[in-house]
Design a protein around this ligand. Structure first.
Ligand code: FAD
Length: 426
């Protein structure tokens, strides 16, 4: 990664060095093209970001290789020398039975499975609308379903499209990268022609070449791959001249929800089962999920999704720890307060280069993912987690979309789309 100025003219400019941008740049690496990746932040990885705690990697963004048996990044992680941890995820093993008895946990699982089955049937019938219309009216489990939606979608089911939720592909296999998913994505981006601290404000498409107005001067490009999060397009943090109203509208239909993480250390961690989970409360969506002893570490990872994440972010980083401590004291006793210490909380909604965590389609807007993916004038291409149809919201979905956009750019420039290096040969 270079903090230097970008070249004044390239064949392909990629905007954003997250999973999609890195995948696109790697896919173009073997082609006879000059390529630059323009990244607003002073680091690569985007929403894949691992911080270091005395040598231990803590993921602030993506942490799970979801649908791991079909996840292109799982094999690449091992090929890069990272450790893929196959311990079953904590949401499969509720610790203790404090806020819900085992019978209630089973009852909830049945209710959630029935909800998802009704939703799949509705999608098959072509019905569209808020996923919450498939709730049983006044059912006691509805708030808890919304707590789960907060984790899955970063928003309540009332804000989530039936057909988009149904389109997500989950094979039920979830692994992790022990050293950190963010570290692994950053390692895959090492050596690429990235210019950091270089936000692009506008893409001028009035002339025969595209002109990118960046914080480090103008870059001309024959083709551009845009990988910025949808909210940045919808709020025109990145603009187009002339404007692209259909693109802005499509981006607004697939906004980023909010999910937040809080890493804490815990004294006397052996009291808790490894890689298990607790929810703060079962009667409200405004609660946290707590992953006890991730990787067996003396830590707890708090998860907050949707409205509660937004409310805590608005109060500031310290509010996450205050909220989590209160919930864990309520569940596990007053001595938890002195046993816990905060390490770091994410603030993805407040970050200007993400403005949220991951996308969900609003009711009636499932088709916006396809519209977002449409090339403009065969020289502007779009990729990112939000353009993925089945693996949206994920790092591997973003990766596959970055590769797809790179193939489109190669074709547009008259090259064989199989010409780039791709990762088979990486
Ligand atoms: C808390 C949290 C938990 C998650 N958990 C998981 C998980 O367990 N598993 C999973 O698969 N996924 C998870 N995700 C989602 C996953 O991290 C993202 O889907 C994925 O990283 C998105 O990659 P991307 O390339 O589409 O976008 P990004 O990573 O956002 O990359 C876009 C890049 O563009 C840059 N940029 C923005 N605007 C500009 C501009 N104007 N000019 C230049 N550069 C710009 C940004 O700085 C960024 O680097 C999680 C995300 C969060 C926030």
């Amino acid at each position: 990664m270079s903090a230097a100025r970008p070249p004044s003219s390239v064949d392909v400019a990629i905007i954003g060095a997250g999973a999609a941008g890195i995948a696109a740049a790697r896919a173009l690496a073997g082609a006879p093209l000059e390529v630059v990746v323009l990244e607003a932040r002073n680091r690569i990885g985007g929403r894949a970001h691992t911080i270091d705690m005395n040598g231990t990697g803590l993921d602030m963004g993506c942490g799970w290789l979801h649908s791991a048996d079909e996840n292109v990044l799982a094999g690449m992680a091992e090929a890069q020398g990272f450790t893929v941890d196959r311990t079953p995820p904590p949401w499969e093993s509720q610790a203790f039975n404090h806020e819900m008895s085992s019978a209630e946990q089973a009852e909830f699982r049945t209710a959630f499975a029935a909800f998802e089955a009704r939703l799949a049937e509705a999608a098959d019938r072509g019905e569209e609308g808020p996923a919450s219309t498939l709730f049983e009216p006044d059912d006691r489990w509805n708030p808890r379903m919304d707590a789960i939606s907060g984790a899955l979608n970063g928003a309540r089911f009332a804000e989530v499209s039936i057909s988009d939720y149904d389109a997500y592909r989950d094979t039920g296999v979830n692994w992790r990268v022990a050293e950190g998913y963010g570290r692994m994505i950053a390692a895959l981006g090492a050596g690429l022609p990235v210019v950091s601290d270089c936000p692009v404000a506008c893409i001028d498409r009035t002339g025969p070449v595209l002109k990118l107005l960046t914080a480090k001067g103008t870059v001309e490009a024959r083709a551009v791959i845009v990988t910025v999060p949808t909210d940045l397009i919808a709020r025109e943090s990145l603009r187009f001249d002339p404007p692209l109203p259909a693109l802005v509208e499509a981006a607004a239909g697939v906004p980023l929800g909010l999910a937040s993480k809080l890493h804490m250390t815990v004294e006397g961690a052996d009291d808790f089962p490894k890689d298990s989970q607790l929810w703060g409360r079962s009667d409200t969506a405004e609660t946290g999920g707590y992953h006890l002893r991730p990787f067996g570490r003396p830590m707890i990872e708090g998860w907050f999704g949707g409205d509660i994440a937004r409310a805590l972010e608005a109060e500031g980083e310290a509010a996450f720890f205050a909220f989590a401590s209160d919930e864990l004291v309520h569940l596990l006793g007053s001595n938890m307060r002195r046993r816990l210490a905060p390490v770091a909380a994410s603030m993805w909604g407040a970050e200007p280069w993400s403005m949220g965590a991951y996308s969900h389609a609003l009711p009636g807007h499932a088709d916006d993912r396809t519209r977002l993916r449409e090339a403009v004038e065969n020289r502007l291409f779009f990729a990112g987690e939000a353009t993925a149809e089945a693996f949206y919201g994920t790092a591997h979905g973003a990766w596959m979309e970055g590769e797809r956009a790179a193939r489109q750019a190669l074709s547009a420039l008259g090259l064989d789309p199989g010409r780039g290096r791709g990762d088979d040969e990486a």
